[in-house]
Design a protein around this ligand. Structure first.
Ligand code: PHE
Length: 357
């Protein structure tokens, strides 16, 4: 017999060779893949294997030389390997891009341990401190806080307080009139009448009224806008000694336990009798110094027994009830307490001043 099988062998060998080469490429590429550590290197391997001139792509061409019966098998094998490799490349690509991301994140970490710019702490304004302290003292004595408008009617600011239109005592209060009937309140006293009218016939009326007031006065101890705290107690049997007791208690808590007060006769149209209240000097204790101008006493507020006319306008019967009232300048108390020499410092908003409290 002629050695016909030679043909078979040849072709068979071709197929066997083909199988081996496919496996070889698969193993080789999978091995190489492990060593590639950058996306660029990986891409290079991919092109070298599956690109137009890639080793695996070349096998498709060689396949054409195979016998028809093997073509199918070889084609199937190459396709399978191609699929395997494509998957392997995709997996590796993912691993690498994860790695790159992690690396980038590490490199780009912000060092937030650097100290930031310091945020400067604010301070409570001396007037706020003053209001808080005054309110605390009177709330502890059972007073509550009342309020009234800063733009007031002539009626409440003056007439209801027993100051008719042409009363000379209006001169003491350098008023900003907005119109004939409307005025920036020159004192917190109008809150006395407003509160009585609101509360009548309830007793006692026991309030303080803190707030802004306005007078056209402007120097080292006067400002056209300043603050007062009004006090009012109306009840059956309120006496001037009650006023004195309450004020003494207030002054001792505000300026120290060894302070004394003295009441000097004075005049306000809405109190009778009226008094200016002095406190013994907190610097020299009464001996006389620059602050008290050698007298040992410093004036801090006006006060008196509520005038019967005012009680009446408030709705109360002056034969049934009596009351006392007082009004103090908050800036004045602050200046005395903190040793502030010029009232304008309080409004300048200079941090160097404000941070001292
Ligand atoms: N309102 C007066 C003033 O501003 C002070 C005062 C209040 C006097 C209450 C007596 C009673 O000067």
């Amino acid at each position: 017999m002629f050695p016909v099988p030679m043909f078979h062998d040849l072709i068979g060998k071709g197929m066997r060779g083909m199988r081996d080469r496919i496996r070889e490429i698969e193993l080789h590429v999978l091995e190489e893949l492990e060593k590639r550590l950058s996306p660029e290197d990986l891409q290079e391997l991919k092109v070298r294997t599956m690109g137009k001139k890639g080793t695996l792509t070349a096998l498709y061409k060689e396949m054409r030389d195979l016998r028809a019966e093997f073509k199918r098998e070889a084609g199937q094998m190459i396709n399978d390997v191609r699929e395997t490799l494509e998957k392997a490349f995709a997996d590796k690509e993912e691993v690498l891009s994860d790695l790159m991301l992690k690396k980038r994140l590490q490199e780009e970490t912000l060092d937030i341990s650097l100290p930031g710019l310091p945020v400067r702490r604010g301070y409570r304004h001396p007037l706020t401190l003053m209001f808080d302290e005054i309110e605390e003292i009177f709330l502890a004595m059972g007073f509550s806080v009342a309020e009234g408008p800063e733009i007031e009617t002539d009626h409440y600011n003056f007439e209801a307080l027993n100051l008719p239109k042409d009363h000379p005592a209006r001169d003491m209060q350098d008023s900003f009139f907005i119109s004939e009937e409307i005025v920036l309140r020159t004192q917190t006293s109008p809150v006395q009448v407003r509160t009585m009218q609101q509360m009548c016939p309830a007793l006692p009326v026991k309030i303080i009224a803190p707030g802004k007031v306005f007078r056209y006065d402007d120097d080292a101890t006067h400002s056209p806008m300043f603050h007062q705290v009004e006090g009012l107690l109306v009840d059956k049997g309120v006496r001037m000694s009650d006023l004195k007791g309450v004020l003494l208690l207030f002054v001792r808590q505000m300026f120290g336990e060894d302070r004394e007060i003295r009441l000097r006769p004075s005049f306000f149209p809405f109190t009778e009798p009226s008094a200016e209240v002095d406190v013994s000097c907190m610097i020299c204790g009464g001996k006389g110094c620059r602050l008290c101008k050698g007298t040992g006493w410093i004036e801090i507020l006006g006060a008196g027994m509520v005038h019967p006319r005012v009680l009446e306008i408030g709705g109360y019967d002056p034969k049934e009830v009596t009351g006392f009232a007082f009004g103090m300048g908050v800036e004045r108390v602050a200046m005395l307490k903190y040793g502030i020499e010029d009232i304008r410092l309080i409004y300048d908003n200079d941090v160097r001043f404000l941070q001292q409290f």
